[in-house]
Design a protein around this ligand. Sequence first.
Ligand code: 4NP
Length: 170
Amino acid sequence: MTEQPPRSILLVCLGNICRSPLAEGLLRDALAVHGLQSDILIDSAGTGGWHAGAAPDRRSVEIARKHGIDISGLRARQVVPGDFQRFDLVLGMDGWNVADLRRSGPGGRIRLFMEYTLGREEDVPDPYHGEAEDFALTYRMIREASDALAARWAGRAASPPASGHASSTR
Ligand code: 4NP
């Protein structure tokens, strides 16, 4: 049976400039492959507000661009209390994010991204102080998770449908 997708998802990391904007772009793209992009509201935010108003980190913009996805127009914001009413599902990129979120919001809607998407109790590691390889790993983890989630919600196996997306850059 097809799992009923939530109507809205908030993707959360610490700064909302590296991991969660990438997740926002990749999950949108994965949903579009299955024609689900207009059914589910997707947004991202940070538990911290230091980068509020800033564009994503150029290394996240670059790795997304390399795979045909433009996230340069996104702007960082901090999680606000209203997010816990507004979003059906709040996914933290690592255990720290989840712990921070659970201090301010209802536990039931807050889950670890890799656990919710792939059943793996794993963090998407913070690449901020890392190198290009760290961003490449971030990309691969989020891509796999986003593709699996979109396929699950579409009631399909993980591979995109043959009639779907023509892009070869993913
Ligand atoms: P993100 O990465 O949580 O994936 O956006 C970080 C961005 C900024 C900082 C830490 C992590 N910072 O300390 O400013």
